[in-house]
Ligand binder design. Structure first.
Ligand SMILES: Nc1ncnc2c1ncn2[C@@H]1O[C@H](COP(=O)(O)OP(=O)(O)OP(=O)(O)O)[C@@H](O)[C@H]1O
Length: 356
């Protein structure tokens, strides 16, 4: 799959001028509120026509303003999932799903229906009405309805944003299954680092209507892009594998290249691939190995870079066992510790969020 998107559009005082190419899997369109994520999705979906632009999926030209080509939204055969589930309130879950399938070329395929129902865990809900479902359940049905229309591409615009943390945690594993099993490319809008780190194969970082970076989640979400992120979430995203699980203490050892980190096990299986999100504000720098700390992860490394970051803050990147871990400290602390690039130091990690 190759999706090419180019869009230039004036929206009131806002100017969208963005282009990117997505290859496969989940492409996250990520950025702060107002950076233009939804405007870009609307162009991909065909819900708005840019002043200039192109949308091409696997050689099929869906929009080309230069050649006056505009394929209507329903003819693009994309599936959509929005913040709110937008189910038909008067139809049962089964009928909502059947409605999705009505648009599909596999209309008669009973097994496809069963497969989607099983994947999303919605079999017990089939005879209920939407108003008798939780927000997370409604959203799973909305995803099922979109999938059953046999889309060529699934567009998801902040599908978890309206849910509380518990419901998000409930639905994320289903989104992972969708990514791993459904084989449908997904463009996923989010402003949550945690979601993007967990789900995305590729990130398109939006900033003030433009694409500021495209690439691997770890690289794009690295600390130096903090200006585009919510400060609380900026940090390092590292990929690794569960090496062992200590069920007694509820901890798992995750190997990240030449480094091991202890994380809450959260039901992890040995060998599972995981991504870890380490917020840069939760990393302390020490110039000598600290003792008597409650932190589980104290990692030796070398200072790789020191960048001033405005507001009296300094971003220190530490090379630890083949990984780069970012720490945000005050410039006062950096001066007091006389930090220098190349110097040996320890990263003390206060919290690690685990993204399976
Ligand atoms: N039709 C329009 N007319 C005028 N301004 C618009 C229009 N559509 C979007 N905008 C403006 O464009 C900017 C980008 O909006 P957009 O919804 O694409 O951002 P976003 O990144 O999706 O934000 P959020 O995460 O808050 O949903 C905003 O400042 C918005 O007010």
């Amino acid at each position: 799959m190759t999706l090419t998107v180019e869009a230039r559009q004036h929206l009131g005082g806002f100017r969208l001028d963005a282009s990117f190419t997505a290859e496969h899997g989940v492409t996250a369109v990520f950025g702060r509120s107002g950076s233009g994520k939804t405007s870009l999705m609307r162009v991909i979906a065909g819900l708005s026509r840019p002043d200039e632009g192109r949308v091409v999926l696997d050689g099929d030209v869906l929009l080309d303003t230069g050649q006056n080509i505009f394929v209507r939204p329903y003819r693009r055969r994309f599936g959509y999932v929005f913040q709110e589930a937008r189910l038909f309130p008067h139809l049962s879950v089964r009928s909502n799903l059947a409605y999705g399938q009505w648009f599909s070329r596999h209309r008669s395929r009973r097994d496809e229906f069963d497969r989607v129902v099983e994947m999303l865990g919605i079999a017990p809900l089939l005879d209920r009405q939407p108003d008798a479902l939780s927000g997370g359940e409604q959203q799973r049905v909305a995803i099922g309805r979109a999938l059953l229309s046999a889309p060529r591409l699934l567009l998801m615009d902040e599908p978890l944003a309206a849910l509380d943390e518990e419901r998000k945690a409930e639905i994320l594993p289903y989104l992972e299954r969708l990514r791993d099993e459904a084989g449908i490319p997904i463009v996923y809008v989010s402003h949550s680092v945690a979601e993007v780190a967990r789900l995305a194969d590729q990130v398109v970082l939006m900033q003030e209507g433009q694409v500021a970076a495209v690439g691997d989640p770890g690289q794009v979400l690295a600390g130096r892009r903090a200006s585009a992120l919510d400060r609380r979430e900026a940090g390092s995203v590292l990929s690794g594998r569960v090496e062992s699980v200590d069920a007694v203490n509820g901890l798992a050892t995750v190997r990240l290249r030449d480094l091991c980190l202890l994380v809450p096990d959260a039901g992890l299986a040995q060998g599972a691939a995981v991504r870890l999100h380490i917020p840069e504000r939760d990393v302390i720098i020490a110039t000598t190995e600290p003792v008597g700390l409650s932190a589980l992860n104290i990692l030796p490394g070398t200072i790789h870079a020191i960048e001033t970051d405005g507001d009296g803050a300094v971003l220190v990147s530490l090379a630890c066992g083949g990984n780069i871990i970012a720490s945000r400290i005050t410039s006062f602390s950096a001066t007091r510790l006389e930090l220098q690039v190349g110097q040996a130091a320890f990263a003390v990690i206060k919290s690690v969020a685990l993204q399976r």
